[in-house]
Structure formats: C-alpha cells, structure tokens
Design a protein around this ligand. Sequence first.
Ligand code: ADP
Ligand code: GLC
Length: 467
Amino acid sequence: MISSEAAPFAKTGGLADVVGALPAALAGLGDEVAVVLPRYRSIDLKQTRRVWDYLPVHFGPAIYTAAIYQAPAEYPVYLVDCPALFDRAGLYGEGNSDYPDNHVRFAMLARAALGIARGIFRTEIFHCHDWQAGLLPAYLRSTFALDPTYVGCRTVFTIHNLGYQGLFSKTAMPEIGVDPALYRPDGLEFYGNLSYLKSGIAFADALTTVSPTYAREIQTPEFGCGMDGALRARSGALTGILNGVDYEEWNPETDTHLPANYSAGDLSGKAACKRALLEEMGLPSDAMERPLFGIVSRFTGQKGTDLVAGVAAQIAAEDGYLVALGSGEPAHEAAFLEMQRAHPGRIAVRIGFDNRLAHRIEAGSDAFLMPSLYEPCGLNQIYSLRYGTVPVVRATGGLDDTIEEGTGFKFGPYSRDALWGAVQAAMDAYGQRSAWQDRMRRGMKKDFSWNASAAAYSLLYRQLLER
Ligand code: ADP
Ligand code: GLC
C-alpha cells in the first residue's frame, strides 16, 4: 500500500483511518501487506529500525536520496526518510498553501515504493491510494515497463476523494522522470496540466473507490470533477468497495478517551459522556434534556458548512445545541466561529485537530451532522452509529450507502431547507425517548467492520493476478 497518510503515523482525514486499518484486516485473511509512507517530521523514528541506508532516485539531473525505516507494527510499515522533501512542519503544505514541490515529493514516494519492492519487500500488487500515489502506475507503464523486478506486478488505484487531483504545471514533467509520451489526454494530461490523479485513473490495472454509490456518481458530470469522462472510459475496471471501520479504535465499550463507557445494553455511560462534553465545551447543563448535535470534520467546501450555517439559528431557536470540531479552509473556520459568536451557550466550536475530542464528541452528542456536498465514503457517520449518535446525513456517496431510515435521518437536495427538514425530524424524534433509543440501538448493532471489505480487496488482487 502506498499512501501519504496512515493512522497512527500521519493523519488529516479518513484516508489515514483506512490505510491504518485495512492492512491488518488483509493480513488476517492471509495476505502479506506492507505500507509505504513518507517520514514526515511529526513521525518519531525512536521506535523504528533502519532497514535501508541509501535509496537514490534520479529525476532528470536531480538526485534525491532516502533511507528507509521500518516502524513496529503487525505488518511492515516503511517510512521513506528523505529530509530534503519530507522533513517539514506539514504533510502537504503550511498555512493555507501547498508546498511548491509537492510534485517531486510524491513522485519520490512512488519511486521509493518501487525501490522498496525491489530491495526489501517483494510484492505482486501495488495498491496506490489517492493522487499522492498516482504516479506509480505511470512509472510501471514507462520507466520500468521492461524491468524484470516488476514483471507480472499489478496496480490498484483507490480514489478516496476525486476533489483532490494532484494538479501541477506541465513544466513539472521533466522534474519527475516520467516518459513525456504519457502526457496525453488519455494519460497524465488534464486540461493543460499534469494530474497525478489522472495518472492513477489512466494507468492502474484496477480502480476502486470507497463506496458503491460514489463509484456511480463519479462517472457523471455532476460529481466527476472533470474526470468523469476518464472514469467512464475505464468503467469496466472501476468498482466501489465500502470502507470498513476499526472497532478497536472506535468502540464506546472500551474507548479510553471517554469519561464513561457504554453499550447498547447499558446506555447510562452515554449520558455521562454528554454531561462531560457540555462542560468541556462550555455549554449549559440544560442541554442534557435537549438534542445536542455534533460535527467533527475537515472544514472544506465538501462538508456542507454553508448548510450548517444556514440552520444554526433555527437549531438554537428550537432549543437545540451544537458542538463542532474541525480545521481547514479559513473561510469555513470563520463561518463556524461566527455561528458560535452569534449563539453563545448554544453553539460551541473548536478549531483544530484533536483526536481525543473527536471521540468525546462522537460519544457525547445525541445526533451527528454530515450534510456533505459529496462524500466518497465518510467514516464519522459509521462511528456515530456505533456510538449511538444518530446520523443526520445528505443522501450522497457513502452516506447514502451506510445510513437508512431506521438508523438515521437523510435528506436529498443540497439545500438549507432540506437539511432543516432532516434536523427538525431528528429534533422531533428526540422527544420520543423510547423510539429514539430503539433507533440508537439499531445503529449500534450495525456492523461495518473491515472483514467484508478486506475480502473484496483480496479477491480483486487475486483476479488481477490471474489475468
Ligand atoms: P474525510 O476523509 O473526508 O475527512 P471521513 O469521515 O472519511 O472524512 O474521515 C475523517 C476522519 O478524520 C475521521 O476519523 C475524523 O474523526 C477525523 N477528523 C476530521 N477532522 C478532525 C479534527 N478536527 N480532529 C480530529 N479528528 C478529525
Ligand atoms: C476521503 C473522503 C471520505 C472517505 C475517506 C476514506 O477523504 O472524503 O469520504 O471516507 O477518504 O476513504
């Protein structure tokens, strides 16, 4: 698996959760898996073992060298230590701007993975995640097409989010050592630019995305982000495999981040979690009797901030409460802070990335809001189900695939009114305590563990190797 994120090493969103959990599930099925990840500054090498001293990669006249460290885990996690490219404060950038050499950084990730496969961990499948690993299939089709090391190897490219396309100026081509002939409309070219995402789409042997509905949606102009044509051209190779979740990390019965644990059989601990969350967020204890909505999210255009802002006043007016944790684009952070400012004592917002608080919001809220514009899979609504926190979601992508009328509230159109309809339905339903608890328990019993999804990937790998 080649990825720019994997929990617990580096995380900004759900990609990290997936790459942090899928390998162990595959190993459980008998597959041998290794993960290749950049060694960012935030990753401490103390517990790791240096397994390769000198891995040189030539990009035209430039040469980058890496050492490879192996982190202790049930399966090998190889950290590509190339300080010139990865020893930085951020994963992708700092402040609100991307690093200008991201094309080189993630070309290096792909090339280091190929080196690792040559020297340390022989593999038959390169499973590449998102644009950051998208160049690897292009190297295998060009630079290494005749290299005996990789003969028979197959590539899988998983799209976690079509909105992030790894776009760079075509002048970057000579800096990444890819055959210029691949810069064409059915290759790396995307409206006059170079796209690492398009590279994965064009050159991987199999394409997957993280829910069946999103697999259909991205082949339409509405959700295709300009890539729908390229995806339709490869629709025979594209499948949707729903993400699983890691119930060891997300389980209210054992979660060590919570002030109290609880289960479907004994919900009393959930009230203690709500009480503690209200206190932590500075909301009044009156909210114990009223619906508390939770949000944990990257604050970006994908996640429906404008819709939340549109219903915030009504939630407050109808005696509801809202807690939100997130970070991201300044305009979206500002919109949440404005909601807090306008409704003190009703709406409480924390800007930042805080895994412990994310767990406490999952546990302490009554309902969870995800009014996404699009959502490839979404993990928080699945965590919410297990925590007895009723999801209120827009019926798109994985949200539509994981939430049903019996476990949550769904709305269709991307509009403030449609969200308000679902929120209001949830607030009304909250008043009927025993029906609400039945709904909570139905959600808590849902099983989205990795077993089924890992088996689907494992089968896909085998089918590719039989070709
Ligand atoms: P996405 O990958 O689009 O961000 P997902 O729902 O798949 O959405 O996954 C988001 C993951 O990131 C979840 O594990 C969520 O708890 C976590 N997360 C997002 N924002 C924060 C934050 N500000 N603090 C802590 N965890 C966060
Ligand atoms: C992306 C998507 C999210 C998905 C996650 C993991 O970041 O936005 O919907 O759950 O990847 O696949």
